[in-house]
Design a binder for this molecule. Sequence first.
Ligand code: MOS
Length: 704
Amino acid sequence: MTTAPTRETDTRAPSVGTARTRVEGREKVTGAARYAGEIPFTGLVHGWLVLSTVAHGRIRDLDTDPVLAMPGVLAVLDHRNAPRLNTDFASLLGMRPDPTCAVFQHDRVPHRGWPVALVVAETSEQAREAAESLVVHYEEEPHDTDFGADRPDAYRADGIMPAVTEKGDLEARLAESAVVLDAEYTTPEEHHNPMEPHAATAHWDGDRLEVFDSNQGATWVVGDLANLFSIDPASVRVRSEHVGGGFGSKGVRAHQVAAVMAASVLRRPVRVVMTRRQMFTLIGYRSPTVQRIRIGADADGRIRALEHRSLSATSTVFEFVEPSSGVTRVMYDADAHRTENRVVRLDVPSPTFMRAPGEAPGSFALESAMDELAVACGQDPVALRLRNDAERGPVSGLPFASRRLSDCFREGARRFGWADRDPRPGLRRDGRWLLGTGTAAASFPAGVAPSTATVTAHPDGRFTVRIAAADIGTGARTALTLVAADALHVDPELVHVRIGDSDFGPAMIAGGSMGTRSWSWAVQTAAREVRERLALGTDIPAEGITVRANTAEAIGALTPAERHSFGAQFAEVAVDPGTGEVRVRRMLGIFAAGRIVNPLTARNQLLGGMIWGISMALHEEAVRDRASGGLVGADLAGYHVPTHADVPRIEADWIDDPDPNDPVGIKGIGEIGVVGAAAAVANAVWHATGVRHRTLPIRPDRVL
Ligand code: MOS
């Protein structure tokens, strides 16, 4: 037994706030890090998903016999022989499970690209060959994939927030307003395709189900798989140490469910990996939106009436609502204030959460409308936002725990050189290019959810932290290392953080920008208790001293308040009126996003979001073919995203933003970077050209 080398008072400089490269970075760049699709297994077999080639109808028959006779083929699972699933349960945060993942339960085909079978074979190549040979007979029915503002079958729907909020007499306030703006904005179907495709390996170890997976939360996957297969969650273990991107798409999907089915039937380890093209129909995406904004304001730009209505699409399988009007519930107050989310059901795949769900398209509409209002009132766009900064939640009436939106604008305007801006459009030239600048506000909720963390002090002075966190590429594991080090008063080099294992106890997912905040709270709580015990001079036995903490109670005691991150986005663009090409020349985002744990990875996160905003403004658009009901160009060649050449001088920075009620002080930075970014670019395009683009993306043919 040895005594711990901890000090009672911390004399070392804090680790939180210092720039650190990823603790697992070397493993990742040397290939030592194993992802879900590459973990070696003895006796591993491979499943390949077969997707429907029609957009609506029924499966009449599947010619499985010839496929079963092919080399290496072990089984074909379809709706006739697959294990039955239970889909009646409360999933993550009480949400209904998305039955899109409940594959092979019926003969109906709700959209093109619906999983109709899984072919399992000894090798991945044999499985693919057989899957592509499987003949499926359909009874085809007419499909309807047409999205638009004029759908009579659209209806109000709640999703993760109430469908409607309203206060005051909107029409009366609009009627008496000096300036009235009424505009419609549309955003296209957009896809989040992480670099690492969705992959899962499932196997039964006796009566224990083990899944190696690429997900945003092991707790989530365990819960849903246990419920779907009606098994005890204690006999399911999900591991997901390294994840190559998620963005909302890596929950429970067809591949994990199919892999568990096949592993159950064959009693062998089964791996199912999606192809890039399959991902375009199986992992969810962001619905297209049509949004209408009406603003009534005084002549000086003070908003008196504000309405934001959003329409999105969902599948016939699952009601997912893109909550685009939610951003308006936080950003600007008005005597009369109304927001509404509606949805229409189409024969398309189920949409899902995609980075800044709601806020990303919602802020495009709202912050474009604010720019239009600034022009209509003859006000500077920054001054207009300062004038309308809300003091309380416009809908909740709650005070903001902190709201440094105006400070973000002041700091951003100073650094961007906004003061020199001539507000008139279409005046600046650089050779053939028209130049313009634009700005937009950003916000994202700062939520937190209960998590469990375990911290062990070892006799050699080292510490192990265990938490079922998911590092989806954000640097969360490194952030947790710094948080633990500070709570323990030791150097981060002495702290080993283990993540991505459901055996570490329930924890929040990497989602809703809530991961690092939620996990840090639990890690800090457990680590502080370890330090307190060690400070008493306790001897550390060989097995170490372990403290487990769960934050459910502490989080429940949080003072009710509006908690959000805020930000100000600035962009400069050059537009070639001859070709319609838009180039972003520089971009600056200033954020008030709580305590920043690791400036290096935080900056990367924010820049990643802002680049996604450029992408949303100029590149991304999934095109659905009416005739087939499928996507055109559903791969990373056909689906446009920015390359390095499209990304300009771009900078993200932040101002202090403490939350006195939160012991960790983190707000989360996963999503706010994308919020407002597309509007800032679109507003800059207006300033360059004098033409307002209310439809994204701003393609060359739309500029001409
Ligand atoms: Mo995010 S869209 O909450 O993964």
